[in-house]
Every structure is written in C-alpha cells, then in structure tokens.
Design a protein around this ligand. Structure first.
Ligand code: PGA
Length: 238
C-alpha cells in the first residue's frame, strides 16, 4: 500500500506561542502527519514532536550546500533540526520569489542528497487550466526534476494555483484526473498529495480518489481541530 500523508504548510503565520499550542494539540490527538513550519520554529517542532507520530519540516531550502548566500538555509542545516520533509517549488515560491523549474529541480536534489524528503509542488494557474494546458504545465514542472534524477522516495503535491487560499477547491474528479496523469510519469509507489483549500468538510471526498494519497494543507493547518479532522479523514480512507 502507498504511504499516506497529510502535511500542514503553516506559511509565514503564527508566533512562538501559537506554534506551541498547535504542536501540543497535534501531539495530544496522536495523528500521523507532518508540519512544515517557518524556520525559526524548527527547534520548537523538533523538541515537541520527537518520538510522536508527527514529523516536521521546512517550507523551502537553498539549492547551495554552503557559502555567501545571505538569508538562505541549507539542507544540512535542516537535517540538523531533524527535518524529515521540505516543500520544494510551492507556487508562492515560484510566483512571488521567481523560482524557476531549474532552480526547483536543484533544490529537490539538494534535499535528496541530505536525506530529506522533498514534497515537490506542481500546479497550473486558472489561465492555464482555462486554456486546456493543465497537463502540459504539470508535466513540464515534473520533467524538470526527473531530468536530474529519479523521483525516489519523494512526495509530489498537486496544487492548482487557483485553489490555493481561495476557498475554491478542485472537485474530487478534477483532482483525481490530474493525479492519475501525474502517476503515469511516476512510480506506482509515489505518494501524491492534493493541496488547495482542503477543509474538514471536503477532505474525505477528495482523499477518496484512487490516486490521491493525502493532502497538503495551508489555511486549515493553522486551526488545530480542522487539521486533526483532515488527518483523521486520510487515516480513514477505505
Ligand atoms: P490552502 O493552501 O490550503 O490555504 O489553500 C495550500 C497550500 O498553499 O499548500
């Protein structure tokens, strides 16, 4: 059976106190999950989550091993804080910080080399979907990474850009269609997550897709009871 995963993407939200409360609630609920937290909260996450069913990780990393790259964080540094996962190529990084397919692929390699599992995010904009280019776009984003090497144990997240933070989620059929397409380029074992406005009331329907192995959760991952409900929906997938 393929691995299931629900990963929270906290983005640039929270404080030390709210982070502590969220981690405490996740530990108390004893759910299998991962949380990708802002860099300053990695130490807190590693202390609180070690030995629990929750893993932790970061939201990006540098493609470089070390050097004069002011403000950047390397894979080896993330490794020191016990990160199991790191998001790579989130659409906000691509759009707001200009990350190219090649740069995303280099970050992906840097994570793998350090023994951290990258969660590679791919997804089309609304304009691209309406132009019928969804498959072309996600295939291009995926191929950039595959050209450098095998996908290995990595996780892939399909996140339609138009569904992120908009409250407008892909229908279960739309998600499954793209997941099935992605799987043709991946191995039968690759864990493929759906992300984009997943909430407790739509999680079970989305996770029911044959090629949907869990979710990447933004907004709802900041509300403990919502995130825990989504984790349980993935655990209960029949
Ligand atoms: P959302 O974000 O759940 O708030 O739509 C998902 C993501 O950006 O990973």
């Amino acid at each position: 059976m393929r691995a299931r995963l629900v990963a929270g993407n906290w983005k640039m939200h929270g404080s030390r106190d709210s982070s502590r409360a969220l981690l405490d609630a996740i530990v108390a609920a004893d759910v299998a999950c991962a949380v990708c937290v802002p860099f300053p909260y990695l130490a807190q996450a590693s202390e609180r989550l070690r030995g629990t069913r929750a893993a932790w990780g970061a939201q990006t990393l540098s493609e470089h091993a070390s050097g004069a790259y002011t403000g950047e964080v390397s894979a080896a540094m993330l490794r020191e804080f016990g990160c199991r996962y790191v998001l790579v190529g989130h659409s906000e990084r691509r759009q707001l910080f200009g990350e190219s397919d090649a740069q995303v692929a280099a970050k992906f390699s840097a994570a793998c080399e350090a023994g951290i599992t990258p969660i590679l995010c791919v997804g089309e904009t609304l304009q691209e979907r309406e132009a019928g280019r969804t498959q072309e776009v996600v295939a291009r984003q995926l191929e950039a990474v595959l050209r450098r090497g095998a996908i290995g144990e990595a996780v892939v997240a399909y996140e339609p850009v138009w569904a992120i933070g908009t409250g407008r989620t892909a229908t279960p059929a739309q998600a499954q269609e793209v997941h099935a397409f992605l799987r043709e380029h991946l191995t039968a074992d690759t864990c493929i997550l759906y992300g984009g406005s997943v909430k407790p009331d739509n999680a079970a329907a989305i996770f029911a897709g044959a090629d949907v192995d869990g979710g990447l959760i933004g907004g709802a991952s900041l509300i403990a009871q919502d995130f825990i409900a989504i984790c349980r929906a993935a655990e209960h997938k029949g």
